[in-house]
Write a protein that binds this ligand. Sequence first.
Ligand SMILES: [Zn+2]
Length: 323
Amino acid sequence: MNGYLTSMMHWPFLKLITSSGSRAKLSILNYHRVHSELDPINPGEVDAEVFNWQMDLISRNFNILKLGEAALLLKQGKLPERSLCVTFDDGYADNVDVALPILQHYSVPTTFFIATGYLDGGMMWNDVVIECIRKIPSDYIDLSEKKLGKYNLNNWDERHAAYSEIVKKIKHLSQSKRQELVEWLSSFVIAAELPELMMTSNQVQLLHECGMEIGGHTVSHPILSCIPDEQAEREIADGKRRLEEIIQDSVKVFAYPNGKPGQDYLPKHVNMVERLGFDAAVSTKWGVSTVKTDKNQLRRFTPWDKSPNRFMLRLLRNYSHAD
Ligand SMILES: [Zn+2]
């Protein structure tokens, strides 16, 4: 029997590890992009085929809830056993074009955290780097003028290595310096050739109309711990307000950009999120959440395996990290 078929069966012992009520454990998966086909520069990322079996597998084995509802039930000690949330970060258009039909097919209620500053034609800086390195027509590039290194670009492996290295060099610079370098890098390609990667406001509205949950993820996706408090608060509040304008409904859940507690965000940001009227928020700390977990710092995890059995085993192993 191949791996897919064995995984399609129910995993009855899930019941033993997950419990319900006051001993319940909540698993929250975290996705970003779902490519229509394998992306050669990013072969490790999820494509439609992989996402399809992942949703098939989890919809057979878990009770899938939207984050706001799951967080509330968790706190009330009423969470059903085998509860799981599916979340997407940033607001990529492929979430609507590629993932939404699959989510609807398997009836997976999903939460989408959207950085509002990139809606309707924007692009996140790391994507500008990736798309430039993907499109550069030559097989070599010298970026040493701006201390970004020299790279061979003969094949997709080399292009993957090149963009990863450039992202690493730029990541921790100030927002303005990063912006300057990214703009300089994009002068190596024709702007019109860069794809539109992010959702439109209409797509956000469509997700809401389809019964999906929309969550805040700031305006411009800053690392909150690296910017002044007033700016952080404005980022969180303005993102929420903009999403509420678009969907004409309240936005009650939030995801911290990058999401590592104590590194990407601090306790003061958790207080801001609480004060600004969110009911629950998620980090990117691995593990599952319990009744003891701070509702504004719920944990998230994504098994990265491309085989169903390994995906499921890693998802189960994640239950050993809990508060
Ligand atoms: Zn993000």
